[in-house]
Design a protein around this ligand. Structure first.
Ligand code: ACO
Length: 324
């Protein structure tokens, strides 16, 4: 018998303000047509000043707890994946913990940019597997609008704000891929690619928050290759084939990247969860937001095998298999 981290609840939170491509075209030299064709994005939600990363994260976490029917003070571990924390310290996770009204367990942040949710999920899964935690909240929460250069049309049109959360609880399983819960996670990074995607600020380097800088083509070139490797490993290690996957829930950066991954796995479009059109790229929040949408609308059912994959600044990348 092994302990599996079973997913019992998920939650999502989006800011109030919806910003369309047409709205952006009034601000920078771009067009709805260019953004749709290159990325599939039609709109995004942008946080107002009072909608901090922790505020969105707390809303998503509370919704996940409500779905699971468990009180916040029963949670052993809160891991928040974010690259846009409220403050340099303390962690956004501890602010969420306080907001939820919990004073027990451990709370901390994980920073792996767009791969952050997969990294946080892996951490929580390992805590539960070894018995250091029985339950965990895994949150991806971001306000990337705060680190965008709103004069740079090459990047400001790509991102949005939001948060998603997953509540996990340890359950005994047979140790096979038929068990419900997290089956495996695979994480990777290669710091040589810093210059392709980074923020040109930080407390140690410039004392400013800085702005996101990206070589879009370079990121695009690596994304499908790296994520494919991570997905192939996940399938191989578990003795699975693409035919065993019910849902691909990918990081939502760009419709073209998502479609390329779907094709590679030979999955029909209706088995790939896409939210990038409505949310744009919400970095660490994008996978749990997409997961939550497909759970809420009934597409994902208990027992379904879900494959998640992501790539982000660092570069970091990874995959996760979860039987819902
Ligand atoms: N509106 C209109 N024109 C634009 C815009 C815009 N918003 N942005 C750039 N352009 C112009 C450029 O100036 C350039 O013009 P030029 O030919 O006159 O010089 C032209 O469009 C082409 O620019 P490219 O950057 O070469 O366009 P490309 O086809 O590579 O598309 C994009 C850019 C959408 C960023 C693409 O490279 C991409 O999706 N890359 C992946 C990046 C990504 O997803 N990053 C997210 C973070 S990492 C992750 O989540 C995986």
């Amino acid at each position: 018998m092994v302990t599996r981290a079973m997913a019992l609840g998920c939650g999502a939170a989006l800011p109030r303000r919806l910003v369309t491509n047409a709205d952006l075209a009034e601000r920078v030299d771009t067009s709805d047509d260019w953004i749709r064709k290159r990325t599939g994005i039609t709109q995004r939600y942008i946080a107002d000043a009072d909608e901090l990363t922790s505020v969105l994260g707390q809303r998503a976490a509370q919704a996940a707890l409500d779905m699971a029917g468990v009180p916040a003070d029963s949670v052993d571990l809160i891991v928040c994946a974010t690259s846009t924390p409220d403050e340099t310290f303390p962690s956004t996770a501890t602010r969420i913990q306080a907001g939820l009204g919990s004073t027990r367990g451990a709370a901390f942040d994980v920073q792996a940019v767009c791969s952050g949710f997969v990294y946080a999920l892996s951490l929580a899964d390992n805590f539960i597997r070894v018995g250091q935690a029985r339950s965990a909240l895994v949150i991806g929460a971001e306000t990337f609008s705060r680190i965008l250069d709103w004069e740079d049309r090459g990047t400001c049109v790509l991102f949005g704000d939001g948060a998603g959360a997953l509540y996990l609880e340890g359950r005994e399983g047979e140790g096979t891929t038929e068990d419900r819960g997290v089956i495996s996670t695979h994480l990777y990074s290669d710091g040589r690619f810093h210059d392709a995607l980074y923020v040109d600020g930080g407390p140690s380097s410039t004392k400013t928050v800085g702005h996101l800088r990206m070589e879009g083509r370079e990121v695009f070139r690596h994304a499908v290759v790296r994520m494919s490797e991570a997905v192939d490993t996940a399938l191989e290690v578990n003795g699975l084939t693409p035919a065993d996957i019910d849902w691909l829930v990918p990081h939502q950066a760009n419709r073209r990247i998502i479609e390329a991954m779907g094709k590679r796995l030979n999955l029909p479009d209706e088995r790939v969860v896409v939210t990038v059109d409505k949310h744009a790229n919400t970095s660490a929040a994008s996978i749990p937001l997409a997961l939550c949408e497909a759970v809420d609308d009934g597409r994902i059912q208990p027992g379904d095998m879900i494959l998640m994959e992501a790539m982000g600044g660092g570069f970091t990348w990874g995959s996760a298999l979860l039987r819902w």
